[in-house]
Write a protein that binds this ligand. Structure first.
Ligand SMILES: NC(=O)c1ccc[n+]([C@@H]2O[C@H](COP(=O)([O-])OP(=O)(O)OC[C@H]3O[C@@H](n4cnc5c(N)ncnc54)[C@H](O)[C@@H]3O)[C@@H](O)[C@H]2O)c1
Length: 533
């Protein structure tokens, strides 16, 4: 189920979850009435379909069979629009089901302290999972903490039903953030005007704002207002040369001067360099404090903002020191792209093509259909809320979220996102890091598509489509580079094993695989896209 609020920000379904006794059914009915939507109580739906009570189903068929019925009922309910679906406490425990709900509905968790829940449950309907020893409720809450955290919003359900229902209804109507579902480290990616960030950061104390001089000139004041308070500012020199430990130390020093404790938050407002540096500083300050990421370049929006990779370069190579540290919140305002240099905008389109080619057939077709509007320097109309650029960002970010949710630490499917990067990284080194990363990745993809077809991995028709798409988007065909340096850089590639390389390649429409490629084949492919300097 890929049609999602991620694609257009709107959702006509609200899934209400939370622990037993929190009031999902009552609040669900009241919220649906406030919205003029239908209410579906999943437990009632399961009971009606099975012709037996939940307690009876548990007793007769066991929990696994009951969950299967629950999943089928939820899938059925999610096909409707204008519905509030209140779901039994365990319905969202299944990861696949939960992520499906997050993609196509607004998921709201109702919360209340254990004592309140116990009071509400006393004398109520029989709850199969709460039979048994004292402390069963607390154990259940603890076990499901990570499940409940994977939601678009959490609502305190201790107040009067009408107030809780009206909070839920307001959330159901508002534009949805996307959710990166990583259990207790889950976070939300909002797409919208920068001023909306103030609402999200009101309860956080921003100690340090990291940015670069160009971004500060255009957007520094707007960002500072949206972030609130009076954070210390660390303004880096723009560009990759600032992605160093020295820059990280400047952030540490600013945090130290502020007396920033573990509740302090670091905000990063800028391109991938700023978010990588600021994120790494946050991951190491006091062994880890939260950071808010406000990506301002297209590359940072569609790629660096999600996934929690942070780090710096060393003289020996790029990204050699780093950490996985997920942000607490990401805020993307496509309007800030109006001041981004056209070359930076265009180069970043390569990362969108990349993820579409190996993961998302729907995004690939969408890019083909919108290539003309996307490839040109974006107009005010394209950058306006709801415009084509916002739509592309939402789709690309959702695709990246799906990959990260499946494989946070790059031990499996996330490796597919290296498509174009084996040759691309070698080209970056060969061009003495003066060519843009995205431009090198685009040319790297062209070379690797050729490899894929020669190996029988990439269908010829798919290769043709991706090449045509890159042409339509204005992505280059070669890079001026020093061949010797580029070849030497290949030797240090992290994906090299026993003399051959593990290269991510498209293998079908929106699908990819990692293939073994010999060093000589890869070198030939590299040579084919180098313009000799
Ligand atoms: N962490 C990750 O997962 C990840 C993923 C991809 C790339 N990266 C890293 O990101 C970096 C590249 O990112 P980048 O291309 O954003 O580089 P960058 O941060 O250097 O930004 C590019 C240029 O655009 C300017 N800029 C940014 N936003 C602007 C705006 N709204 N208006 C005007 N100018 C603006 C910057 O000042 C800079 O000069 C690399 O270091 C790369 O390794 C990290």
């Amino acid at each position: 189920m890929r049609s999602s609020p991620g694609a257009d920000g709107a959702a006509l379904r609200c899934v209400l979850g939370g622990p037993p006794g929190v009031g999902k059914s009552t609040v669900g009915r009241a919220a649906a009435a406030a919205l003029g939507w239908r209410c579906i109580d999943l437990d009632e739906l399961v009971e009606a379909e099975a012709g037996a009570s939940i307690a009876r189903l548990f007793e007769r068929d066991g929990e696994a069979a009951f969950r299967e019925r629950e999943r089928a009922a939820l899938r059925q309910a999610l096909r409707h629009e204008r519905v509030v679906i209140s779901v039994g406490g365990g319905a969202l425990v299944d990861r696949t089901m939960r992520h499906e709900a997050l993609r196509c509905a607004r998921v709201v968790t109702l919360r209340a302290p254990a004592a309140t829940l116990r009071e509400r449950l006393a004398g109520g309907a029989e709850r199969p999972l709460l039979k048994g020893p004292a402390g069963a409720l607390e154990a259940l809450l603890e076990a499901r903490r990570a499940v409940y955290a994977e939601a678009h919003a959490e609502v305190d359900a201790t107040g009067p039903v009408e107030a809780v229902a009206s909070a839920v209804a307001a959330l159901a109507r508002a534009a949805a953030p996307m959710v990166v579902p990583l259990g207790l480290r889950s976070y939300r990616v909002h797409v919208g005007p920068l001023r909306g960030l103030a609402r999200e950061t009101a309860s956080r104390s921003i100690a340090v704002l990291v940015t670069d001089a160009t971004v500060a000139r255009h957007w520094g004041d707007a960002a500072a207002i949206a972030l609130g308070g009076r954070p210390a500012r660390v303004v880096l020199r723009p560009g990759e040369r600032s992605k160093t430990l020295r820059s990280v130390a400047r952030v540490w020093d600013a945090a130290g001067a502020r007396g920033a404790d573990r509740r302090a938050v670091i905000a990063c407002v800028g391109g991938g360099v700023v978010t990588d540096v600021g994120g790494f500083a946050a991951s190491t300050w006091l062994r880890g404090v939260p950071y808010v990421s406000v990506p301002t370049s297209l590359l940072a929006m569609v790629d660096a903002s999600v996934g929690g990779k942070t780090g710096v370069d060393l003289p020996a190579g790029k990204n050699l020191v780093g950490s996985f540290h997920q942000p607490a919140l990401v805020w993307i305002d496509p309007a800030v792209l109006a001041t981004l240099a056209p070359g930076h905008y265009r180069a970043a389109l390569s990362e969108v093509v990349k993820i579409a080619a190996v993961r998302d057939a729907e995004l690939l077709s969408w890019l083909e259909a919108n290539a003309t509007a996307l490839g040109a320097r974006p107009t005010a109309e394209a950058l306006a809320p709801g415009g084509v650029v916002e739509s592309m960002i939402r789709r690309a970010v959702q695709a990246k979220i799906d990959v990260v949710a499946e494989d946070e630490r790059e031990s499996g499917v996330r490796a597919l996102l290296n498509f174009g990067h084996t040759v691309g990284h070698a080209l970056e080194a060969g061009a003495a890091f003066r060519a843009l990363h995205g431009d090198c990745v685009a040319v790297g993809m062209r070379a690797e598509l050729g490899l894929g077809e020669a190996l029988g991995v990439t269908p010829a028709e798919l290769r043709r489509r991706v090449l045509e798409l890159m042409d339509a988007l204005g992505l280059g065909r070669s890079i001026r580079a020093d061949e010797g340096v580029a070849r030497a850089a290949l030797r240090f590639d992290k994906k090299r094993e026993n003399g051959s390389f593990r290269v991510a390649l498209p293998s079908g429409e929106g699908e990819g695989t990692v293939a073994e490629v010999t060093s000589s084949r890869l070198t030939r492919a590299l040579r084919g896209v180098i313009e000799i300097r």
